[in-house]
Design a protein around this ligand. Structure first.
Ligand code: TYM
Length: 328
């Protein structure tokens, strides 16, 4: 992919996981070379569920430092904080008034989250519209995300198409971008569900700032099966397949090459190898993160991002107002 405009965001709702890294950040690092890329901290999405203000505040800064530590180059990306650009919420409202209730009710993430906690807030329901605003403001071609966000990007497409039809050409229609390495990374304890930042079981999730010992322990105790054959079969061997996916997403190896490397070997040997691959990748990131977290470089980056994105967002907001018939 070359000369395209792309955008992605991550919620600062806990230290990011290996899933976020593989599903979103690693893709952006590859794509930043030849594209016009935006990456932001989706802090307004994080508050769709209750957050402790102090913890949230720290998580925002940590995520920003992690973006850069993971290889997001501030010279090649526009990096910004969603809440610093108030036009996102304004655009979101104009889109909300043009989004059918029925379409929002079909979002599987909403159904899943609202079924777990019945006392949810309205923002959890309208969350995908804010996400559509994030995307549509910047006239992007592609949105690199993990597969769990595909439905939300498709909704953004529908919202844009309907808006253009109703009010005239206003938005570019975005496409979702999911690479092979964007395959969903699964929970280590229950490999039938995705590895999630908000998981309650620490053994389920590898976090980018986990120590070498924690990473190794978690991978060595990951759920597998009793067959003792390193073979990719997501349906019947989800645990081993997930570990193969982790290796494939962090190295240049293919699934077949990993299977061949471990033919006749036991799961213990395979897991040790998986742990070594993850530790190698994350140690480099952690070293950079420690250098960055207290530097004022982060504030300079945010100021620049806010300035550039506000200008673009203001123009889009004004165009929407004009097309809708609001007084401008
Ligand atoms: P969030 O914070 O849940 O996840 C951030 C990114 O990580 C991907 N991801 C995964 N990929 C592979 N395996 C996993 N286990 C895994 N878990 C998460 C997600 O697909 C996502 O790409 N609503 C978004 C944030 C957002 C956004 C946007 C993204 C807000 N506005 C506009 C793109 C464009 C979210 O909650 O992602």
């Amino acid at each position: 992919m070359n000369n395209k405009t792309i955008i992605t965001g991550i919620q600062p709702s806990g230290v990011i996981t290996l899933g976020n890294y593989v599903g979103a950040i690693k893709q952006m690092v590859k794509l930043q070379e030849n594209n016009n890329s935006y990456i932001f901290v989706a802090d307004m999405h994080a508050i769709t569920v209750p957050q402790d203000p102090k913890v949230l505040h720290n998580n925002i800064r940590n995520l920003l430092a992690l973006y850069i530590a993971c290889g997001i180059d501030p010279e090649k990306n526009i990096i910004f904080l969603q809440s610093e650009n108030e036009y996102h919420a304004n655009v979101s409202w104009l889109l909300e008034c043009n989004t059918p209730y029925g379409e929002l009710s079909r979002m599987t993430q909403f159904k899943d989250k609202s079924s777990k906690n019945k006392n949810f807030y309205a923002g959890l329901f309208t969350y995908p519209v804010l996400m559509a605003a994030d995307i549509l403001i910047y006239d992007v071609d592609y949105v690199p995300v993990g597969i769990d966000q595909k439905q939300h990007v498709e909704l953004a497409r529908n919202i844009a198409q309907n808006f253009n039809k109703k009010y005239g050409e206003t938005f570019k229609i975005p496409d979702v971008y999911i690479t092979k390495s964007g395959t969903k990374i699964m929970d280590l304890v229950d490999p039938t569900k995705k590895m999630s930042k908000s998981s309650d079981n620490p053994k389920s999730v590898i976090r980018i700032l986990d120590s070498k010992e924690e990473i190794t322990k978690k991978i060595m105790s990951a759920t597998t099966d009793s067959e003792c054959v390193v073979k990719y079969d997501m349906e019947n061997k989800p645990g081993i397949s997930n570990l193969i996916n982790i290796v494939v997403s962090l190295t240049d190896l293919t699934i077949k090459e990993v299977e061949d490397m471990f033919e006749g070997k036991n799961y213990g040997e395979f897991k040790k190898y998986v742990a070594s691959v993850v530790v190698e990748e994350l140690t480099k990131i952690q070293e950079k993160y420690n250098e960055l977290i207290n530097s004022n470089e982060l504030d300079i980056i945010l100021d620049r991002g806010a300035k550039i994105t506000k200008e673009i967002a203001r123009n889009k907001y004004n165009l929407m107002k004009q097309n809708i018939g609001l007084y401008k």
